[in-house]
Ligand binder design. Structure first.
Ligand code: ADP
Length: 449
């Protein structure tokens, strides 16, 4: 695509008015007929030569100098048609503006003739009149564009851009013929315009990859205890058939492995249930401080087992907000349980609940679960809420972890319009802060309680 822009100007009067010589040429048959009639009149009807010559001269003069509307109109129409062929009409502009994805309308030489609002927002500096390649640089896209110009056949192509971040794109390139266009008339197939619609597929691809990774990870996590169960069953049926002591030992390991599988399946189901409700805002009003106290009580046997003290700092009055009680119990349980399991060296876990007025999202409640254990190296923090991501897989398994706890927390908080922030440094404990919006309408509280 190397052509340079040459937009057509509105035709001037000088352009629409033909020269006298041209007009004489156009009226030649009338003039020939007039001369013939004059000769006949002179020869057979005794008309004086000067009168016949005067008649012919007057006719020639009017043909040469009196402007003829039809001819000017023809020139104007021709130019207008040519302009319509080069610049998209209002109908086309309004239509592409209504599309949510970036759209470019270019002519058959690769000159941008229109860009919709979405393309203007996505591609800085793009403007009609510039070659399309100024804004769209992907070689495969430009090659496909040239093919569409040459063959007038629609193409769909996709490509990846690596810089600044990996982004997947798909473009739909279609030829457009204007009604009665020269391309169709002459059968050359050269389209009047080419529509290029670009779609960013990065989010779709990311979700696709997440889904396949999730299935692969879940199968891997289930296969390990399953293999162990199968192995022990074979041993009990074979070499340990008559060894009750070994059988007892193996059965207790098998129970552990079955428990691991059950926990994993429970967490997977819980994650998919939360995902199903992701767009439904919880409508109930719950008391967050009661939920935190309830969870701490439920986890006191684990705290005693780990020799950790849970220190609570809660407001006296109820902390009411819109929420799903079971899901918020799951959030507090996962965070306090993690602090007890992974931060037991610190001997204390602090759980505090405070009102915050200075957050960007407005008035919120902040729940902080802080431990003083070994902490988490900084490089792991951004990935902690990914499914099956663990800092140390062995210690997680030893603690009966599934690697899904924080992913569940994140999903529940998203549904509650809340947020999770994690702060930690290796050797300095970890702090997990949850923010949840305050109850929106106080009249609602009275109705719902
Ligand atoms: P798991 O079921 O393995 O506990 P989570 O999603 O709850 O999975 O946590 C992911 C990982 O984050 C854990 O495996 C652990 O390595 C790390 N982690 C979570 N909480 C803490 C904490 N309080 N201190 C240190 N590491 C933690």
């Amino acid at each position: 695509m190397t052509a340079t822009p040459s937009p057509l100007e509105e035709p001037s009067e000088a352009q629409t008015a033909a020269s006298p010589l041209t007009r004489l040429g156009e009226a030649r048959w009338i003039l020939i007929a007039a001369v013939f009639i004059a000769v006949v009149a002179i020869l057979f009807y005794q008309v004086p030569i000067w009168a016949a010559a005067l008649g012919v001269a007057l006719l020639a003069g009017s043909a040469a100098f009196v402007p003829r509307r039809a001819a000017a109109r023809r020139v104007q129409l021709g130019t207008q048609r040519e302009r319509r062929r080069m610049w998209p009409g209002t109908g086309m502009k309004v239509t592409v503006d209504a599309l949510p994805t970036p759209c470019f309308v270019a002519d058959g030489r690769g000159i941008t003739r229109y860009v919709n609002t979405s393309a203007q927002a996505a591609y800085e500096g793009v403007k009609p009149g510039d070659p399309l390649s100024f804004s769209l640089r992907a070689p495969s896209l430009l090659e496909a564009f040239d093919r569409v110009c040459a063959t007038a056949r629609t193409e769909r192509i996709s490509w990846i851009e690596k810089v600044p971040t990996e982004t997947w794109y798909e473009a739909h390139i279609a030829p457009i013929y204007m009604p009665g266009s020269s391309g169709q008339e002459t059968g050359t197939h050269r389209p009047d315009f080419i529509l290029v619609v670009i779609q960013d597929l990065t989010e779709n691809r990311r979700l696709e990859r997440m889904r396949t990774d999730f299935v692969a990870n879940a199968s891997h996590e289930l296969r390990t205890p399953l293999a162990s169960l199968t192995g022990f069953i074979e041993t009990i049926q074979g070499p340990a058939r008559n060894d009750p002591e070994a059988q007892d030992r193996f059965l207790s390991i098998m129970l552990d492995q079955a428990g691991r599988m059950r926990r994993l399946i429970d967490d997977i189901l819980s994650l998919s249930r939360i995902e199903l409700k992701a767009h439904v805002r919880p409508a109930n009003v719950v008391d967050l401080s009661e939920i935190v106290r309830h969870t701490a009580d439920a986890l006191s046997p684990l705290a005693a087992e780990m020799s950790v003290e849970i220190r609570m700092q809660m407001p006296e009055e109820p902390v009411r907000l819109n929420g799903d009680r079971d899901e918020l119990i799951q959030v507090t349980e996962n965070l306090i349980e993690n602090a007890l399991k992974y931060g037991s060296e610190g001997k204390f876990v602090d759980v505090t609940l405070n009102a915050c007025d200075d957050l960007p999202e407005g008035r919120s409640w902040m729940l902080e679960v802080r431990d003083y254990g070994n902490g988490i190296p900084k490089e792991h923090l951004p990935r902690l809420t990914e499914r099956f991501y663990r800092v140390d897989a062995e210690s997680s398994r030893a603690m009966k972890g599934t690697g899904l706890g924080l992913a569940i927390v994140k999903h529940i908080l998203t549904r509650h319009r809340g947020r999770l922030e994690i702060d930690s440094e290796a050797g300095h404990g970890a702090s997990f802060r949850v923010t949840l919006p305050v109850l929106e309408n106080t009249e609602d509280i009275l109705e719902k309680i």
